[in-house]
Design a protein around this ligand. Sequence first.
Ligand code: SF4
Length: 449
Amino acid sequence: MALSGIQIFKMLPKKNCKECGCPTCMAFSMKVAQGALKIEQCPHVSAEALEALSEATAPPMKTIKVGTGEGEYTLGGETVLYRHEKTYVNKTRYAVSLCSCMDDATIDAKIAAIPAVDYERIGERMRVEMIYVNYGAEAGADKYLELVKKAVATGKTLVLGCDDVEVAKAALEIAKAGKPILNGANASNYEAMNALAKEADVVLGVSGANLDEIYDTVAALEKAGNKNLVIDATGASIKEAYANAVQIRRAALKDQDRTFGYPTIVNTSKLAVKDKYMQEALVSLFTMKYGSIVVVDELGYAEALPLFGLRQNVFTDPQKPMKVEPGLYPLNGADENSLCLTTVDFALTYFIVSGELERSGVPVNLIINDAGGLSVLTSWAAGKFSGTSISTFIKENIESKVSCRKLVIPGKVAVLKGDLEAKLPGWEIIVAPLEAVQLVKFLKDMKEA
Ligand code: SF4
């Protein structure tokens, strides 16, 4: 269990020197107990106390790494139950399910469909990150091992869903270089599975008939020295899976019970839901509560768009506006003589506008102003995107870099045209259409005029 502020205070040097940023050692202790500060932020704490406190004051949910290279993902490490309390840290990863119980044509079609989801949104690459390779015992070990080979060839990070020790051993021989998860430990086989996972140096997934059984198995694995675990929260029904996911996370973060302080897998493909839209709804649910890996039967482009958008919204820090760096962004081979167009530094605005500009093919110097990470109208209303701020930014940062003196401003702030003409002598101020999607025609018409 986590230490209280008083227990932490007893191990501090009690100098009240304020070097940690707190007025007293007691105030520092309280913040460490809440998880708001780290014990290392006190420069005077002794090595012995640091060692004793580091483990006890570590976040209640472990951070677990899986995969390698581009496919390495960090799971868990969460400190709050609700995003608005602080922020979520490591985003849910999506896995497509394959099973050796499927026929070859189905497996090949599902593997062929995986690369179809690959696009960028607000600077983040969206794609299927993992494959869950399920062992259908009735199809036999050989078919499963062939499936593992096919899955390895995709280059995706794998979760090997197999509770047969011998088959799992052979599967790990094929897949272990990619640091998969071996999701196969349960109350009856955990010792053998633990030995396999340790030997292959991979994360071990733990499942059970109910939460009590999972808890006891995790505790036994921890006692055997393995804390490189994930918990399979998938139950026999949607209701059970949801209850498991919530109770595991609440026990870890609210009750500070570290036995449940591990990332979770929720496998929606095992919840007997045939309707693919219902499955997508379940993936949304478990993205919010509380799947670290959510497994789904299929993830096509149409299903991916809302899911990845949701995930991006849930796993951004609500305290930090999504911004891009203010500056000059030459697009489509723009040089100093190319037209200038300005907008705000809100990331979503930047990526929408720059996408449309790139689609136009017209060389443009995109000037991003420091507008506090707000949208065009919000920053204008807040006085952060005004005639003064735009003209000052252009005089200080842009005029020395471009010769062209034509500046396109967003249609939504057409009202700034007169002010900018007065504050930027020598510049022609042009008002763009209201919507970014209209920029392509607007720029092409300008080029031809
Ligand atoms: Fe106390 Fe350490 Fe903070 Fe100084 S830096 S006030 S000793 S906790």
